[in-house]
Design a protein around this ligand. Structure first.
Ligand SMILES: Cc1ncc(COP(=O)(O)O)c(C=O)c1O
Length: 426
């Protein structure tokens, strides 16, 4: 056999420059930059209220006891294998996840009109849904609430869909801009896709009431809009999984079509397991079957098939009456802590006489509070008090412990006073 001499390295750039020389430095992603800054800060009182992760009173990562219990069982199951799942994930996980959102008696499920596929957490459930719509739906425009979860525009536009916004929140009154929402959806392009947060709107913590959802539903159906729900906080708003799915169930049982991206990151604390699902409610079982076949073609080149572990945990909890009960009890306790911390923060600000009306903190729901603090006040909190949060004034109530509330209230008080014109302080 002829001896092959090692080839001389080909010199493409005679000056030795990288082939990637022209790449520009991308800006930091704000929520990760905030976390990095927090991690570097040596101050013992520092607080991280930026990232959407529920923590314990001790500020530690919260792994649910029911999840730990299931993981022990899974680890002891020597018959479990690690082979690939089907492209659409674990069938039992899909069935139980659909029932959790649409209700076990859902007519759409009974009539086999719901397609559910296991996806890689909430983010990829949204992305797979967006890719599906880009490929198979005639209208390529998505209306997002203003404001919305920071990754929504990335996930939706990455699929090639065009973004528009609808009014959702009134920054002056700090409540839902219901009139603005109705006007904007009333004049949206016919057939356009509309993204809704099923409950616990991120970042505002402001949700429509049941009556308002019903009005929205009627308008959406009259105008032929296609609703796409993002369900990332089921159970964390009211403490009840059924109540928090009301918006989805209204649309899921009216005979019309809709999409739902679901995440178990927050309500089961499975953040790093990346477990969620995408459901598409169709008009007929036959359409649903064809939709499912096309979803496989969307998923195959994205990640081929989803991971096992998170789906195994969720399935074990959803299918066992005792484990389900344990989960709902823990979820209720998490939700009750959110309500208690909100109340404590509100009381502290009132007791201190911090200028302004802070009642929105206790009216808002779920994990987040849109405090109404402006960027300068947020910068002040970080600079003077080592408190890290989004520059839009959103805080993660789930990241705040009762112990830390007095410190946080002092900091807000100071920030608000320091931003008032000196004439008003006399
Ligand atoms: C509204 C909303 N949707 C989706 C997600 C993404 O969640 P996941 O971690 O499951 O991808 C988040 C995360 O914060 C969120 O707030």
């Amino acid at each position: 056999m002829e001896y092959l001499k090692p080839m001389e390295p080909t010199r493409i750039h005679s000056n030795g420059d990288s082939l990637f020389q022209d790449i520009t430095l991308a800006p930091d992603i704000p929520v990760y930059a905030t976390t990095a800054a927090y991690n570097k800060d040596p101050c013992p009182n520092k607080l991280h209220l930026g990232i959407g992760v529920y923590r314990t009173e001790e500020g530690k990562c919260h792994t649910l006891n029911v999840v730990k219990q299931v993981e022990q069982t899974l680890a002891n199951d020597l018959s479990a294998d690690k082979e690939y799942l089907p492209i659409t994930g674990m069938p039992e996980f899909n069935k139980l996840s659909a029932e959790l959102m649409f209700g076990s008696g859902s007519p759409a499920i009974k009539e086999s009109r719901v397609v559910t596929v296991q996806c890689v957490s909430g983010c990829l459930s949204l992305r797979v849904g967006a890719e599906f719509l880009a490929k198979h739906y005639h209208r390529h425009v998505v209306y997002l609430p203003e404001p919305t979860y920071g990754n929504h525009p990335n996930l939706i536009s990455a699929a090639g869909l065009t973004l528009k916004t609808y009014r959702y929140y009134d920054p002056k009154t700090l409540v839902l801009d219901f009139q603005g929402l109705l006007e904007d959806l009333g004049s949206a392009l016919t057939g356009a896709i509309v993204l809704f947060h099923a409950c616990g709107h991120n970042p505002t913590g402001v949700d429509p009431t049941c009556q308002q959802w019903e009005q929205i539903r009627q308008l959406v159906r009259q105008r032929g809009l296609l609703p796409f729900f993002d369900c990332a906080y089921q159970g964390l708003v009211s403490g009840n999984l059924d109540d928090d799915a009301q918006s989805i169930r209204m649309f899921g049982c009216d005979g019309g079509e809709c999409l739902v991206a679901q995440s178990y990151s927050k309500n089961m604390g499975l953040y790093g397991e990346r477990i969620g699902s995408l459901s598409i409610v169709c008009k007929t079982a036959d359409v649903a079957r064809r939709v499912e076949s096309q979803l496989k073609l969307i998923i195959r080149p994205l990640y081929s098939n989803p991971p096992i572990h998170g789906a195994a945990i969720v399935t074990a909890i959803l299918k066992d009456r005792d484990l389900y009960k344990k989960w709902t009890n823990e979820l209720k306790a998490m939700r009750d802590r959110l309500v208690q911390v909100r109340r404590q923060l509100y009381d502290s600000l009132c007791n201190k006489g911090t200028p302004g009306d802070w009642s929105h903190i206790i009216k808002q729901v779920g994990m987040y509070s849109f405090t109404g603090l402006n960027k300068d006040e947020v910068d002040f909190l970080t600079r003077e008090y080592h408190i890290y949060m989004s520059s839009d004034g959103r805080i993660n109530i789930g990241g705040l412990s009762s112990k830390a509330v007095p410190y946080f209230a002092d900091a807000i008080h100071d920030a608000v006073l320091s931003s008032l014109p000196s004439s008003t302080l006399a």
